[in-house]
Ligand binder design. Structure first.
Ligand code: MLC
Ligand code: AMP
Length: 511
């Protein structure tokens, strides 16, 4: 293992950067940040972080709104050899405390609105510096960078050094910090850039958040490696997205983006005339959305499949059949197989758990060697927890999940975490959290609660106390009260029965 700038992700991204006066980011007010300006600014963040004493693989935890400054901060951390730890902006302060205690960051960057609380938490865990960035990209982190000399030096790394830690919720309710190495990120970025055939002239419409793999790595890395401009939007707002479509060529989104576009009459074939590629992932894209989209626009959405622990894993082909309801083939360099729960490899067409291996697969969960070991087979395959089939040609379809996970609008929600909070409430005996079909979010959170005898509870008695403890996207959208939960002979709650009972809840309401 050699320590070299050649092993640093930023070296590879920067090689792809456009010439100095080429546009890198186009903002809602049409102002443009060039690649030269971006490089300089990233170099200022790298210097500022080093001046704060950041060393190779020291963590920088960031819970800040999407802005050009938060993007530059990310790249500055990588240039400085640090480990970037983005956090969903919806996380509450009590959720934040766990991440800080686990990541043990050298620097925390937060929104000015949460500065007091974040400083208090950080002081308990010996964090050296707490800085701020607001939704406009202003704040002490930005000021510090402005006062630093820009440097082009990229800190040497081992290819196995941890470039990012992304927390993904766990089935036990405790979040796991997936450690992604520079090499994990470089290999995946290169493969996607080539597989999706990025070309000069591409313009990426970027409306995803940048605290997850999809918006931060998949989208940004492809554009940066290609030296392409990105329309950089704070969030997915339909009007703003429609405005930019006519001059974009590529968009990446979660299925909610596509269903929202389809439900807007302004979204037409003409508006998509310049588009080369629509990519969907992070959650299942309904076959009906795929078909309706093609009928409306003439474009076949390219669906791919991935996860925090491995970046992108499979993809429908760029040229060749993009089949609705399938996630395509293992990407070059990635090996995929279907196995039963004991690890016995199954034959084509059988349903089992998808297992994968490749340079994209993470190094493990931070501070959780046992949990990490449990999720790998002896021959190095990672057990994804997704139920899938693979046909004779290697085309994969995801048909379910072996993990008790809800994906709402592309965000993962683990029922256990919510159940633990609800079960702690006065007047509650127990609860079950389920995901049911939702026309906008794909799936939505529903709570089924057993109250203690004699306790009359209402929906608000359950939801209100969770506010402030759990991010709001995790809160149940509906609560049902029952006398008892259905259980099998082993005593396990039969969530499939509950899901079946409530499957039309949001579909009926919306029609
Ligand atoms: C927001 N809300 C949600 C929600 N997003 N509720 C459930 N599920 C969601 N995903 C709630 C808020 O708490 C708020 O509720 C209300 O909706 C309005 O908030 P908002 O921020 O204005 O929502 P909106 O802009 O409509 O956001 C929806 C969305 C967004 C789908 C555009 O969630 C989004 O951009 N999702 C993408 C997530 C993503 O990038 N996933 C990739 C993970 S990586 P209240 O009660 O407070 O008013 C991964 C690997 C892979 O999975 O394969 O890519
Ligand atoms: P995350 O933990 O946020 O990285 O989410 C990863 C999970 O999202 C995967 O394990 C899958 O369950 C799901 N996922 C991602 N892409 C797809 C897809 N195209 N189809 C179905 N599920 C998907």
């Amino acid at each position: 293992m050699t320590l070299s700038p050649e092993n640093n992700l930023y070296t590879h991204l920067r090689r792809g950067f456009g010439i100095d006066n080429a546009p890198c980011l186009i903002l809602p007010d049409n102002s443009v940040i060039t690649y030269g300006e971006a490089r300089k600014r990233i170099g200022q963040y790298a210097t500022a972080l080093k001046q704060l004493g950041l060393k190779r693989q020291d963590r920088v935890s960031v819970q800040a709104e999407k802005s050009i400054e938060s993007l530059f901060l990310y790249l500055g951390v990588i240039q400085a050899g640090g480990t970037y730890n983005p956090l969903n902006t919806a996380y509450t302060q009590s959720e934040l405390e766990y991440f800080i205690s686990d990541a043990h960051p050298h620097v925390v960057v937060c929104d000015p609105k949460t500065e007091t609380g974040t400083k208090e938490i950080s002081s308990r865990y010996n964090v050296k510096h707490v800085l701020c960035l607001d939704n406009e990209g202003a704040g002490s982190a930005c000021d510090l960078a402005s006062g630093a000399e820009s440097s082009d030096d990229i800190v040497a790394a081992n290819e196995d050094d941890v470039a990012a830690i992304i927390y993904t919720s766990g089935t036990t309710g405790r979040s796991k910090g997936a450690m992604l190495s520079h090499n994990n990120l470089i290999s995946n970025a290169r493969v996607l850039h080539e597989y999706w055939q990025f070309v000069p002239g591409d313009v990426l419409l970027h409306a995803l958040p940048i605290y997850h793999v999809h918006g931060l790595f998949v989208a940004c890395h492809c554009a940066l490696l290609n030296g392409s401009p990105m329309y950089f939007m704070a969030k997915f707002e339909i009007g703003k997205v429609l405005e930019r479509l006519a001059t974009s060529t590529v968009m990446m989104g979660v299925p909610t983006f596509y269903t929202r576009l389809l439900s807007d009459d302004r979204f037409t074939k003409e508006l998509c005339a310049n588009m080369r590629l629509f990519i969907s992932g992070s959650a299942p894209l309904l076959a009906e959305t795929h078909i309706e989209f093609e009928q409306r626009t003439g474009h076949r959405i390219l669906e791919r499949y991935g996860m925090t622990e491995a970046g992108m894993v499979t993809s429908n082909p760029y040229r060749g059949e993009r089949v609705a309801g399938t996630v395509g083939f293992a990407l070059p360099g990635v090996e995929a197989r279907i196995a039963d729960e004991n690890g016995k490899i199954l034959k084509a067409g059988d349903i089992g758990v998808l297992e994968i291996k490749g340079p994209n697969v993470f190094k493990g969960y931070r501070n959780m060697p046992e949990k990490t070991a449990e999720e790998f087979r002896a021959d190095g395959y990672f057990i994804t927890g997704d139920i899938a089939t693979m046909d004779e040609d290697g085309r994969v379809s995801i048909v379910g999940r072996n993990k008790d996970l809800i994906i709402s609008g592309g965000l993962n929600i683990y029922p256990k975490e919510i159940e633990t909070e609800i079960d702690d409430l006065d007047g509650v005996t127990e609860s079950a959290i389920i995901g049911v079909p939702h026309p906008d979010f794909g799936e939505s959170v529903v709570a089924v609660v057993v109250a203690k005898p004699g306790c009359e509870l209402l929906q608000n008695d359950i939801v209100d106390p969770l506010n402030g403890r759990l991010a709001r996207f995790k809160l149940p959208k509906r609560v049902f009260f029952v006398d008892e939960l259905p259980r099998n002979t082993m005593g396990k709650v039969q969530k499939n029965i509950l899901r079946e009972q409530h499957k039309d809840l949001f579909l009926i309401q919306s029609s």
